[in-house]
Design a protein around this ligand. Sequence first.
Ligand code: HEM
Length: 402
Amino acid sequence: MTLVINPMAPEFRYDTQELFARLLREQPVTPLADGGVLLCRHADVSWALNSHEVRRPTEWSVNRKPEGPFRDFGRNNMIGMNPPDHTRFRQAIMPAFSRKRTDALAGFIEQTCAGLIARMRERGAGDFIADFALPLPVTVICHLLGIPQEEEIMLHEGSAAMLAGLEIIATPEEFERATAGATALHDYLTAVLRLRERNLGDDLLSLLLRNERDHKLSREEIVWAAITLLMAGHETTTHLLGNGLLALMRNPASWRQLQAQPALAENAVEEFLRYDPPLYVLFRQAAQDVEVEGQPIAAGTFLMLSLAAANRDPRHYDQPDVLDLGRANARDNLSFAAGRHLCAGHALARLEGRIAFRQLTQQLADVGLAADPVPRSGVMFKGYHSLPVRYRWAPQAVPASA
Ligand code: HEM
């Protein structure tokens, strides 16, 4: 019997173990009510991300947005583009994410984590999302763009409104807020770029402005590229941190393992990404007639790719529903996508995760849920608006004066 599923329902993100196991076993290609299909096996999702037979449904995603700045963003959002425009944007931004430039941010990230943890220590209890998981990546992305800390809240709010507008289930009200967010961010970054061009530095905006001189990107494209980076670069990392901490709170033996072996943090981040990815699904379109798992899929069909199910595929992972911080192939997770749209900031997000979990497990003796987490709405993301926690600090972390 065909299993009918509704990927828009919260159960598709928050209570998925049995559903994914069944889909992976019995129904790797699932027809959806709107005529699209859901792919969930690791091999099939990986194929779709890497194949030239699959593309981004660019026109569809631009045209569904209301006329105005939010639709302008849609036209200039590299995540939604196909070559050759995508290649031009990618070439313009990738130098900012070189290994050397990313590693150089380690000191700043260490310092930011330490400052946030010091404030959490004063409070004793709080919301891990508001206290740590959100401010860390926002501060890092603003530092990268060379934007003052006072603007962080405005930038986060504009970006959050735009992310909600990108959702496949966005309402007219959400489109309205997304348009207001796009207008505010566009105006702000246009003004910042005008000032920055008189005083180029080593930040990402200066790098993009140098590209303008080389005619790689126009000024308008630079503004939208900066907004894309702001949006792509922070809420995703927030959910890596939030989902990762929740996984540790629900698996206390893994928490103790990470405390005892801080060097495990790098692989632990891979396992958090595999176990509960911030982006649960991605959207693509068949560019020509293809066949998946022996089933024909016609050109033009929308493909919904479940990164979360692929990361739990027993054909690829031993005991996929177990959190195993030492898992040898955890890094094969598809949570940063793959192929030409492979996440530009994956090395930065991994670095933030590694430093954050190392500091948290070294400074906290224990952490526990103080109330139920409040899940985020939407189809693409899996994460929490708030994660109420109680902290118990390690004795050596208490300052001598306390
Ligand atoms: C844990 C954190 C993160 C996760 C899980 C994540 C995940 C992803 C995924 C799945 C995509 C592909 C989207 C698609 O093809 O539809 C993507 C693209 C992208 N990400 Fe990330 N991301 C993270 C952090 C970051 C950070 C920190 C930055 C930059 C500061 C960033 C910048 C980008 C950019 C620019 C793209 C577009 C790449 C392209 O289209 O060529 N991301 N990310």
